[in-house]
Design a binder for this molecule. Structure first.
Ligand SMILES: CC1=C(CCC(=O)O)c2cc3nc(cc4[nH]c(cc5[nH]c(cc1n2)c(C)c5CCC(=O)O)c(CCC(=O)O)c4C)C(CCC(=O)O)=C3C
Ligand SMILES: [Fe+2]
Length: 375
């Protein structure tokens, strides 16, 4: 047995995810949960519902989280990290509030949260913190003693997140027909968000002009492209592109869309493309529908060879990264010196979201940040 690792003061890890439907009857109530008060056009909701129905009303995200839970528990056991792992979702069962109630009943007082979103942005960070605050508010009305909740720093540039994606891109390149492989372009994809949300993502003092969201993705894309060049000797041209746009058409969102990009690439004579969905932690519906269904159909129509590389999912290197992030943060909380691990140009992300980080359109309490009403 290795020496026991120290998670003190934490007594539990909470895997906090998006959640997804697990059958046709779940789809509409799930979409209602996701879009409550968010002003998404009815037409878009019908369309997104169809994406789910195409796959039997089942999102792959829950099974992927179950696999990640297994990987985390296995890794912790193998490395002597004695920390129970719980799972709660923002938009579907097991619901965050129910899990948190269970954690309190189990006597958990200091909870560390791992969100299945690696980057800054309102949708990828603050919204998770708002849902934590809402869950705490509910437990408070029930007269429960509230636990203290912290959130792990953004892990987009952690080697345990980046390295599996490098392997994935290399594998996808190898899958391309040999005659087009050397000339292939890489399209790194992430979820489009409104440009107003992109511009204000991250801590105000730290990020550049266009916000942390794009900056962080560009950092990861560059890391992967550099590693691919080192391993293959070929400098594959790349670009960061976007997918899964929703919202009203007159509101600007990040562009270009992956399908428009494929068309432009084809017109310019690009012989093949590898899509690398670096914005997502696992192969959930955005990946299955927007890339594997829609973008692949577009490529077929164009006669453009296209491969989609793997997301991190339950890769053991990602589980190990989570363990390292936990012991790192626990040491910080104990007042010890640590050297946080991060690749790329941006350095390790902040541990505590400062006031005004990734602001929402409407003010809403958010937990696990400097502006949390819960301490
Ligand atoms: C940045 C980002 C991530 C990555 C970070 C993270 O992972 O958190 C993400 C993940 C996900 N988004 C998901 C699903 C949905 N997102 C929607 C809507 C929206 N997402 C947005 C952004 C993001 N979303 C935004 C700006 C909107 C517009 C409405 C709003 O301002 O809030 C809608 C409503 C319909 C539509 O408009 O598409 C659905 C159904 C699922 C589950 C998939 C599954 O079931 O497998 C996952 C993992
Ligand atoms: Fe989304």
């Amino acid at each position: 047995m290795p020496d026991a690792l120290d998670a003190t003061p934490y007594d539990a890890l909470l895997l906090l995810s998006f959640g997804g439907p697990e059958g046709p009857d779940d789809v509409v109530p799930f979409l209602e949960n996701v879009t409550r008060g968010r002003g998404i056009p009815k037409e878009r909701l019908k369309e997104v519902g169809q994406h789910y129905f195409l796959f039997g009303g089942v999102s792959p995200i829950n099974d992927q989280n179950r696999a990640l839970l297994d990987a985390l528990r296995k890794d912790f056991a193998e490395h002597g990290l004695d920390l129970p792992v719980y799972w709660g979702n923002r938009n579907w069962a097991p619901y965050l509030t129910d899990t948190l109630r269970e954690m309190v009943a189990d006597g958990r007082r200091r909870i560390l949260v791992l969100a299945t979103s690696a980057y800054a942005s309102y949708s990828g960070c603050r919204q998770y913190r708002e849902n934590l605050a809402d869950a705490l508010a509910t437990l408070e009305t029930e007269g429960l003693e509230l636990p203290k909740i912290d959130k792990l720093r953004h892990y987009f540039n952690h080697p345990g997140f980046v390295e599996p994606m490098i392997d994935g891109v290399l594998r996808s390149l190898e899958e391309l027909p040999e005659d087009v492989r050397a000339g292939a372009h890489i399209a790194f994809t992430t979820h489009s968000i409104p440009t107003s949300a992109a511009d204000t993502s991250g801590p105000v003092e730290v990020h550049g002009e266009g916000g942390a969201y794009v900056e962080q993705h560009l950092d990861v894309a560059q890391l992967i492209a550099d590693a691919v060049r080192e391993r293959t000797g070929i400098d594959h041209p790349w670009r960061l592109v976007y997918q899964s746009r929703s919202g009203a058409p007159h509101i600007p969102w990040l562009e270009p869309d992956i399908c428009d990009h494929l068309e432009a690439a084809h017109t310019q004579g690009v012989p093949a493309v590898v899509m690398a969905p670096i914005g997502f932690v696992s192969d959930h519906m955005e990946v299955l529908y927007d890339l594997d269904t829609e973008a692949k159909a577009k490529a077929e129509e164009l006669g453009l060879p296209l491969r989609r590389s793997a997301t991190v999912g339950a890769d053991p290197r990602f589980a190990a990264a989570v363990r390292e992030l936990i012991t790192e943060r626990a040491a910080v909380e104990r007042g010890q010196e640590v050297t946080p691990c991060a690749l790329g140009a941006l350095g390790p992300s902040h541990n505590l979201c400062p006031v005004g980080c990734c602001p929402a359109r409407a003010s809403h309490p958010a937990a696990a940040g400097a502006d949390s009403p819960y301490t």
